[in-house]
Design a protein around this ligand. Structure first.
Ligand code: F3S
Length: 380
């Protein structure tokens, strides 16, 4: 792999041990992927932020990295933490809170922005058309590639951090134009009435197929695209096209293998992901809600307790007087990376297939996956 003079010097340790270690990681991945060079990145989204997913080993790794003098050189935002910053919510074990604070302190010391959200593009980290970035949050990766036309592979927490420090990523995969064309078409015949339906569509396709889908028969808005991206990313899909939208305008379904997503497929996802009917709490905001989604939920009101997750910027923008009984707005964290199981929660209701999947498989909770309106109107 060809390196610039600056990259060679960084690799040789001339810019300190922290930079050297980060460059070693980026170069090792580049060699493994047969990249011909490294390219500069404009921003990074770092995953591996909640103590629930990072654990002791991850915290020690971060501390060691920081102790080597590693400093972040580009705009870097963080994934949701395990707690709401400065306002620990629920009955959280003190040890968890303390460790979470340590993780955030280390990231901030290295130079990350204290913005903890999986929708960085709604919170000040908005890449421009065609920009190369190195993001790790899978739903944000799919959204950035497909909706914002930025270019990123799906980074791990370690490679994203290494890119944040070096400001570089290897040139391979979705950074290359030739790898961004659709590889199969999905004809949507089901009626998609809610973000939960888009989420189910993404989950179904991401679980069944690999590659880059071109969707036909849908007209999603921002919230629906976000839900679709997260559903797809729950499987292995990191980019998609929608016929007639953005880059999707350049492609047609001619010559592509076709898959149909009908009413049967839509229902099958809701049935597969639901294991209970009367959850302890309803969770909306996976990925974090847009301001419009927050306002819609507040306007609709709720019969049961609903936790609505969003970025700090949106939570702070909610005007006093808009609050509603039963609805709690939560920033900086999410229902999947919060230790819900240690907070006495045994089951959740959600309108997100990604949330349903991980809440069951990561946290071992029971789940009701339903449309937003059904969640908000549910009584028992
Ligand atoms: Fe975001 Fe948490 Fe869902 S990070 S995409 S709300 S699992």
């Amino acid at each position: 792999m060809e390196l610039t003079r600056w990259e060679e010097r960084a690799l040789a340790g001339e810019m300190g041990e922290g930079m050297q270690k980060a460059m070693e990681i980026v170069v090792a991945i580049g060699e493994m992927k047969d990249a011909r060079a490294l390219i500069p990145v404009q921003s990074v989204q770092i995953s591996g932020v909640s103590y629930k997913t990072v654990g002791e080993a991850g915290l020690e790794f971060l501390k060691d990295f920081a102790a080597l003098g590693a400093r972040i050189s580009v705009l870097a935002t963080l994934n949701p933490a395990g707690v709401e910053l400065g306002q620990e919510h629920g009955e959280l074990p003190p040890r968890f809170v303390e460790r979470q604070r340590e993780i955030l302190e280390v990231y901030e010391r290295m130079g990350a922005e204290p913005v903890c959200t999986c929708t960085p593009y709604l919170a000040g980290n908005l890449p421009r058309d065609g920009e190369h970035i190195a993001w790790a949050e899978s739903s944000a990766v799919a959204y950035a590639n497909s909706v914002l036309n930025a270019r990123t592979n799906r980074e791990s927490s370690i490679t994203a951090l290494a890119s944040a420090i070096t400001g570089r990523t290897p040139l391979y995969g979705l950074h290359l134009e030739e790898n961004r064309a659709p590889t199969f078409a999905v004809k949507v015949e089901a009626e998609l009435e809610d973000v939960a339906d888009y989420s189910a569509l993404g989950y179904y396709v991401g679980r069944e197929l690999k590659g880059i889908p071109l969707f036909t028969g849908v007209e999603p808005g921002v919230a629906e695209l976000k839900a679709l991206a997260a559903g797809l990313a729950t499987g292995q899909v990191s980019m998609f096209h929608v016929e007639g939208m953005g880059e999707g305008r350049r492609f047609s379904t001619a010559g592509l293998e076709k898959v149909v997503f009908g009413e049967g497929e839509r229902r099958s996802v809701f049935e597969e992901l639901s294991t209970c009917v009367e959850p302890d709490v309803l969770c909306i905001g996976c990925p974090h809600c847009t301001m419009e989604e927050v306002e819609r939920v507040l306007k609709a009101g709720a019969e049961r307790e609903v936790w609505v997750y969003t970025c700090r910027r949106n939570k702070d923008a909610v005007r006093s007087g808009m609050e509603k009984r039963n609805i709690r707005l939560i920033a900086d964290t999410c229902m999947v990376v919060q230790p819900l199981e240690e907070m006495g929660i045994g089951s959740v209701g959600t309108n997100s297939a990604k949330c349903a999947y991980y809440t069951r498989n990561l946290s071992g909770l029971e789940v009701w996956f339903g449309r937003t309106e059904n969640l908000l109107k549910a009584r028992w």
